[in-house]
Design a protein around this ligand. Sequence first.
Ligand code: SF4
Length: 427
Amino acid sequence: MNPSPSTTANAEAEPFPAGPAARRPTRQVRISWEGKSVAVGGDAPVMVQSMTNTDTADAIATAIQVKELALAGSEVVRITVNTAEAAREVPAIREQLDRMGVDVPLVGDFHYNGHKLLTQYPECAQALSKYRINPGNMGAGKKRDDNFAQMIEVACRHEKPVRIGVNWGSLDQDLLARMMDENGRRARPWDAQSVMRDALVVSAIDNARRAEELGLLGDRIILSCKVSNAQDLIAVYRDISRRCDYPLHLGLTEAGMGSKGIVASTAAMGILLQEGIGDTIRVSLTPEPNGDRAREVVVAQEILQSLGLRAFAPVVVACPGCGRTSSTVFQELAADIQSYLRAQMPVWRLKYPGAENLHVAVMGCVVNGPGESKFADIGISLPGTGEQPVAPVFIDGQRSVTLKGEHIAREFQALVESYVENRYSKR
Ligand code: SF4
């Protein structure tokens, strides 16, 4: 009997491709501060950004949170600039960050009164590295056009890039009404949701073109079209990515709390990033009361790292555990090693370049433990129920030492540390 074709090797066959599609070509925008800059779009890696939730008028609290976000790996941090008090404090926040040696550009988030604040507080306009403009909440008709022009004029004067960020919740109502009317005249009218998605894209692109007509350089414009539903986000960004070459800021707005927010953001952004769409990402998580704001940075990094787009911190492969693991030792070890590795990264990034590519395995029993540990740079296979109480460690695929006793966690951590030192020390 002939074997089924699917089980035989075909000498002519190409391997099934893995990995993301090529990035969509875009212009490149530079966000600059204090003689340094970070690039968005073009050949730059997908950039991670975040936003504070402090009162910007409280300069110290805001500077501290910006520092925490930057230390977690945020490459750009956005702050709310909503009042005269907030605008007045922006230069002080910049100075405080410079004093603390925090190397991150600040973006001002403006709504309703941005044209006034940026004009009345030129030091604020200068201290910020980019302005986020929402054309949907700048008034209506001529007033909106004038306010928009005023903000673009400030951006031109201070040579700053802008993000024109349209939102589902604050879509330009005049534009939407006009597009709904036009839709009514179609031979086969679209459903209202499709018209709204189209209006978001049209609003972003039209405002970008208007900004260019007003004198802003085309390589100083980033666009975003945020919605709160994953399928709408995918549809909107697929559409806008085909209709312009401005870099795109990706994010699911109001993603929500905890696992819901993380899963929704990951599902939507993962698909788009895999298709080569998206030049900078922000994960909009609602923090738990007293929760860590920097979690949104970690999630954004993990999305990019899981897709193989960037590496930020060593990856820990840990099995989920099952009935073969009667204790929580391996769960604790996996959690400890993960937080230990992430905590080391600010130092390791400078001292051990490339350490972010390290793969560590922490496995719960003999079934997959040795195999998975061999695939990792360094891995440990802990004993499951009924197994000998020993934990073999594998380094570069070879069984190295066997740990036992109460201090397995500490000893394994020391082995990881020395592996990193040997492999990634600057020569
Ligand atoms: S490696 Fe062992 S403990 Fe972990 S999930 Fe597989 S069978 Fe269970």
